[in-house]
Design a protein around this ligand. Sequence first.
Ligand SMILES: Cc1cc2nc3c(=O)[nH]c(=O)nc-3n(C[C@H](O)[C@H](O)[C@H](O)COP(=O)(O)OP(=O)(O)OC[C@H]3O[C@@H](n4cnc5c(N)ncnc54)[C@H](O)[C@@H]3O)c2cc1C
Length: 188
Amino acid sequence: MDSLSAVQLFTLRTGCLTLRMPRAHGPMWIDGHLRSGTETEIRRCGLDESIDDYESLDRAEIVIGVGRGVAPTDYGELEELRALLRAEIAATRAVTDASWLPHSRQVGVTARSISPRLYVATGVSGSPLHMVGVGRAGSILAVNTEREAQVFRHSDVGIVGDWRAVFPLLCMEVRRHLGLPMPVSEPS
Ligand SMILES: Cc1cc2nc3c(=O)[nH]c(=O)nc-3n(C[C@H](O)[C@H](O)[C@H](O)COP(=O)(O)OP(=O)(O)OC[C@H]3O[C@@H](n4cnc5c(N)ncnc54)[C@H](O)[C@@H]3O)c2cc1C
């Protein structure tokens, strides 16, 4: 049906489209200037670098999804892999309901969808109500202690194990792949 109104409004659920490569940076788009007295006021439009939490998760190429299998006291142990992969952190509803992470990080049917190139489901059971939010991820890697966990049905690569033992090994592999030096272990 055609809309004849001068005002057109449409909505789009975030994460519904596959992630596109960003355009190369060009000159800032300026939509005009407004004169006030002798000063010229420039009104800047277009995309600006945003630190908004919500948008950074939408744009992330790699996302580490945190479930109830990751205790909040252990979040610091996620940091090395997160930094190496330049990943953003997402969460299941169990995690946000417990206020372990903010609701803006929740993924799933009652939150948002995301479409990163890689989703690392960590201590996530794989409820369809969560996984529907990452259905458009390029690849899914799941780490779970339970061999029968539902998450493995949704994943491209599954590792059965405790994430606290698996993450340091993943970090080593990523470092090797990127040609980064291995951390020097402290003498005991
Ligand atoms: C109406 C409704 C809407 C919902 N909407 C959403 C939604 O939008 N998003 C969402 O996420 N959920 C949603 N849920 C909740 C959903 O059904 C699940 O309960 C929730 O996703 C489970 O979260 P979880 O996987 O973090 O926790 P759990 O189900 O408790 O799973 C934790 C997993 O961690 C594993 N684990 C434990 N320790 C470790 C370890 N050391 N290393 C590795 N693995 C470990 C366990 O084996 C387990 O599989 C909704 C539910 C309802 C009823």
